[in-house]
Design a protein around this ligand. Structure first.
Ligand code: MG
Length: 389
């Protein structure tokens, strides 16, 4: 029986150079640089397998505070026991958001895939091998420069049409003013010209139900494919009202941790679609539990964010629509993701094929290889948790 002998956690710096001035013009080397911490996980087994995963943009740096508790649940145990680990962590970290476990579960799936010589999607039970993609923009308020005006949202939508990308979701200006969100959405719809699906995601920046209803009316006017997290929090009644008044399908639960909490919101009629993310929701195991719960309820589940784990999950889910390719900026591509791969794996427009889809890595496990030398050179700290086979 293959046993987990060691779990490594490598934290490293990820710097994003904005590189643009307030007008959106490129200014190399003069713009401020924002730095954050990311982390990777390596799981070693008694059979010599190494399962790996590096977090991209969902898991916050604080998630590593839960790693020691998660390590206790898995080190020294059989690799096969992922359901048991999920249950142990789900219970023992019940007073937390449990985000620290996501990367570990993904690395465990990577190890299992490498053991079996199969991609994770095949082990989950594959439903598709091409994933229809939508460009998910950076927020206009991030100061990245490419989406400073409604016209820039319009032009980027037109570029997506030209490039054959079938979906386009805006993260609006993020000012908290509904007029700004409406202007960006109307411009995006104008650029899409009915040829691709348009979505909007204010990211809970609207403070009132009244503002959300106003944006919802515009979603209906432009025929949005879905609208996402329009207002503060995830209160049941407020979202039931939104669903009664707005025809466009509502997608929430990106901000909701806990499988039971997400499913409860769906059952109570507070959302049309469910959201789950392998980094935030206890890994590939957590996403698939959410997807299957949604399937039983007869609703869709959209995988949140980009990355190899997301691709394998979506490949194994029937009741889902789009792969979130993001967060993209028309000037700087994908500036927010750390470049951690040794094999050219990419999350940008170039990853979209002529069919409007991205592929699923077909190598064993996640099917990607990491450049640990480059990661290690970024002010990395390494912690190791060991256990006897
Ligand atoms: Mg979102």
């Amino acid at each position: 029986m293959d046993v987990i002998t060691e779990l490594e956690v490598i934290e490293f710096d990820h710097s994003v150079s904005y590189g643009y001035d307030a007008s959106g013009s490129p200014v190399p080397g003069t713009a401020p640089t924002r730095s954050t911490r990311r982390f990777g996980v390596r799981v070693h087994t008694s059979a010599g397998i190494v399962g790996e995963y590096v977090t991209l943009w969902s898991a916050p740096p604080t998630a590593t505070g839960q790693i020691a508790a998660c390590a206790r649940a898995v080190v020294g145990k059989p690799l096969a026991y992922r359901e048991r680990f999920w249950d142990d962590v789900n219970r023992s970290l019940t007073k937390t958001d449990r985000i620290g476990y996501g990367a570990i579960d993904i690395a465990l799936w990577d190890a299992l895939g490498k053991t079996a010589g199969q991609p994770i999607a095949a082990l989950l039970g594959q439903y598709r091998d091409r994933l229809p993609a939508y460009v998910s923009t950076v927020g206009g308020g991030h100061g990245l420069g490419g989406l400073a005006t409604p016209e820039s949202y319009r032009d980027y939508a037109a570029l997506c049409v030209e490039r054959g990308v079938p979906g386009y979701k805006i993260h609006g200006p993020g000012t908290g003013k509904v007029r700004d969100e409406v202007a960006a959405l109307q411009a995006a719809a104008e650029g899409a010209a009915g040829r691709i699906d348009v979505m909007t995601d204010p990211g809970q920046t609207l403070a009132t139900l009244a503002d959300a209803l106003r944006l919802g009316a515009v979603c209906d006017e432009v025929g949005a494919f879905w609208w996402e997290d329009p207002m503060r929090d995830d209160a049941r009644l407020g979202h039931q009202i939104l669903r009664q008044r707005v025809r466009t399908p509502l997608l929430i639960t990106e901000m909701v941790r806990g499988l039971d909490q997400r499913v409860e919101l769906a059952v109570s009629g507070a959302t049309d679609f469910l959201r789950a993310d392998p980094e935030l929701d206890m890994g590939i195991t957590g996403v698939m539990k959410t997807a299957h719960a949604a399937e039983a309820l007869g609703i869709d589940m959209e995988v949140h964010a980009s990355g190899p784990a997301q691709r394998h999950c979506m490949a194994a889910i029937r009741n889902t629509n789009y792969y979130e390719l993001g967060l993209l900026d028309p000037l700087s591509g994908n500036p927010l993701l750390p470049d951690v791969y040794a094999d050219g794996y990419r999350e940008d427009l170039d990853a979209v094929g002529q069919d409007g889809c991205v592929g699923v890595p077909d190598g064993p496990g996640l099917g990607v290889s990491y450049d640990w030398d480059r990661i290690g050179a970024q002010n990395a700290d390494r912690r190791v948790f060991r256990g006897s086979p």
